[in-house]
Every structure is written in structure tokens, then in C-alpha cells.
Design a binder for this molecule. Structure first.
Ligand SMILES: CC(C)(COP(=O)(O)OP(=O)(O)OC[C@H]1O[C@@H](n2cnc3c(N)ncnc32)[C@H](O)[C@@H]1OP(=O)(O)O)[C@@H](O)C(=O)NCCC(=O)NCCSC(=O)C[C@H](O)C(=O)O
Ligand code: MG
Length: 296
């Protein structure tokens, strides 16, 4: 797993030129320039041209740039692909993936459209079939032609398609969230949680960020700039966690512990797997700290 921070992942409608411009300065780790559900049918062509121009112009700094296209079976999907793929965003996000064959077809279309090799694919996990097929969809990452490197949960579409309600604590969705998480991790994929729609309910949002972090998500998708700071804070390792991780690493580096598999540190049992986890946590904390140094 990479240490690249992907705490805050902000959607913005590709039709909203002001939002696309603002994205270059907002403190989000990832920006998703959307051509799909945030864009009305009449605005699809304008949004496509604006997103292609924005990706080509660049200027997003450390932010990972994701373009979400319309499904390839929709009237707009192939035109989106033709316009966006060659501009080389970091990631192309494919909505409403149902099965691994969808990613194989998308990979083929991306290759035909001349997509640069560095552009990866993330899959929206947001249909009942995707929940049933999560393991085989994630396993498609073994085929390099799919370019698959991440999952994004689409909890709004899941609610629509299943009837499950979006309630605090998300009991109706927890088994799907954790199934997708396990599938993603089994195949080394990034996984980002769904959105919190209640922009005005900050306390509820912060609670859901903490839940998502504890479940193991890399970050959370967002719909409004006001959600970025709280999300970044929730997904950043706390100072106490970093200090504890450094103690575990240091303990295993002591010459007298070189041959030991388990140790006691400050009254707690730690194993080498905890040292691995500690190194990852410190790596993420350092990557975040580097990102947050103000430019000279
Ligand atoms: C929800 C919104 C429509 C609200 O917009 P608005 O009422 O204009 O908000 P504000 O007046 O509070 O905006 C203040 C300023 O911030 C800029 N802004 C707002 N939202 C964004 C954004 N997402 N990215 C960048 N900048 C943003 C405004 O332009 C204002 O700027 P300024 O003029 O300088 O003051 C709007 O927030 C919005 O469109 N959000 C994104 C909606 C979206 O992308 N939805 C699709 C993804 S959600 C989803 O369904 C995921 C998945 O598929 C699933 O199924 O679950
Ligand atoms: Mg959706």
C-alpha cells in the first residue's frame, strides 16, 4: 500500500467552471472532476470540454486529479472517454461498475483512445451487483490492461438501488462497506468511502469520517469545500499515534530484540506486524507533514 495521502477526495461538477478553478487551491488530497451524476444532460458537452481543458492546463499541484466519466453504455460515455483519456488525468473513475468484464471493456476502450500508461482506473462501487461481485471486480487488478488501482463507494446510488437508508452509523450498509474494503485490500487497491450529503450537519459528518477511518478506508469522498478540513483531520494520524508508532519501530531496532518476534513496550505486547503497521503510519504522517509545509 502506498503512503500517498488520500484523506479528502472532493467531487465537483465539471459544468461548474468556478469550482474547477477553485480546486487548484483547495486543501483536498484528491479532486474528482465529475461528468456523471453532478452534471445535467444538457450540460454534459460543456462539462466534458471544461474538464478536458482543466486537466490539460494542470496546475493542481500535489492534488491527484480524477475524472469521472459517464458509463460507457450511456449516450455520453464514449465521447467522454475520447475527450478525457488523452489528456492524461491521474485516474479515470468508471461509474456503476457491475462486474469485472466492465473493467476489461473499459481498459480496452482506454487503450484504443490513446490513454497514457500512467493513468489508472478506479471503480465506483455503487450497485447491488457490484456488492455481490466485489471480490471478482477487485481481482481484475491482476490484469494490467484494466489499470484498476482503486474503489470509491457510491452510497447514494446504493441507497437508491437497494432501498437501504443512509442513517447515522450506516448499519444497513456496513456489511457492503466492509466487503468492498476486504476485496480492495486483498488486491492492494485504494478504497475511499462515500459522501455525507448533509452539508450543514458538521458533527454528523465528523462522526462518519471517524467511523470510516476506523473501518480502514483511506479517505472519504466530499461534496463541499467546507468538509475538507474536518476530513483531513479525521484521517491524519494523531501525534500520540505517531509517537507510539515510533516507539514500536525503535524497540524492534534494538540489537537485543533483533531475533525476537514479540516484545513488551510500555505494558503492551507488540509483534513485528505492529512494526509494519507503525512504519506505514509514520510514512503517511511524514507525507502529510511534507504536504503541509507552506511554500517558501
Ligand atoms: C452541493 C452544492 C450544489 C452546493 O453549492 P452551493 O450552494 O453553490 O454552495 P456554496 O454557496 O456553499 O459554495 C461556496 C463556494 O464553494 C464553491 N463550491 C461549492 N461546492 C464546491 C465543490 N464541490 N468543489 C469546489 N468548489 C465548490 C462554490 O463555487 C462557492 O465558491 P465562491 O463562488 O468562491 O464562493 C455544491 O457544493 C456541489 O455541486 N457539490 C458537488 C456535488 C457533486 O459533485 N455531486 C456528485 C457526487 S455525489 C455522489 O452521488 C457520489 C456517488 O456517485 C454516489 O452514488 O454516492
Ligand atoms: Mg453514484
Amino acid at each position: 500500500m502506498s503512503n500517498r495521502p488520500r484523506r479528502s477526495v472532493l467531487y465537483m461538477p465539471g459544468s461548474n467552471a468556478r469550482a474547477l478553478e477553485k480546486a487548484r487551491a483547495l486543501p483536498a488530497d484528491v479532486v474528482i472532476l465529475d461528468l456523471e451524476d453532478a452534471v445535467a444532460p444538457d450540460a454534459k458537452a460543456t462539462a466534458r470540454a471544461q474538464v478536458a481543458a482543466a486537466v490539460t492546463a494542470g496546475g493542481f499541484g500535489h492534488r491527484e486529479v480524477v475524472a469521472r466519466i459517464n458509463g460507457l453504455e450511456t449516450p455520453w460515455g464514449m465521447a467522454d472517454l475520447a475527450a478525457i483519456a488523452a489528456t492524461g488525468p491521474d485516474v479515470i473513475l468508471i461509474p456503476k461498475v457491475n462486474k469485472s468484464d466492465d473493467l476489461i471493456a473499459a481498459g480496452r476502450a482506454l487503450a484504443e483512445a490513446g490513454t497514457p500508461g500512467r493513468t489508472r482506473v478506479w471503480a465506483m462501487m455503487e450497485t447491488p451487483l457490484a456488492m455481490l461481485n466485489a471480490a471478482t471486480i477487485a481481482a481484475a487488478a491482476a490484469d494490467p490492461a484494466t489499470r484498476l488501482s482503486g474503489f470509491v463507494m457510491g452510497t447514494n446510488d446504493l441507497a437508491k438501488e437497494t432501498g437501504a437508508r443512509l442513517v447515522p452509523g450506516r448499519a444497513p450498509m456496513n456489511s457492503w462497506l466492509m466487503t468492498c474494503l476486504a476485496a480492495a485490500r486483498a488486491h492492494g487497491l485504494v478504497i475511499i468511502d462515500g459522501v455525507w450529503n448533509e452539508i450543514a450537519d458538521e458533527a454528523g459528518f465528523i462522526r462518519e469520517c471517524a467511523e470510516a477511518r476506523d473501518m480502514g478506508f483511506d479517505g472519504k469522498t466530499l461534496i463541499h469545500p467546507n468538509q475538507i478540513a474536518g476530513c483531513n483531520a479525521a484521517f491524519s494520524p494523531a501525534e500520540t499515534e505517531v509517537a507510539w508508532a515510533r516507539k514500536i519501530i525503535a524497540a524492534f531496532e534494538q540489537p537485543e530484540n533483533a531475533a525476537k518476534g514479540a516484545l513488551q513496550v510500555e505494558g503492551r505486547m507488540v509483534e513485528r506486524l505492529h512494526a509494519d503497521m507503525a512504519r506505514r503510519l509514520v510514512g503517511i504522517a511524514e507525507a502529510i507533514a511534507e504536504r503541509e509545509i507552506p511554500a517558501a
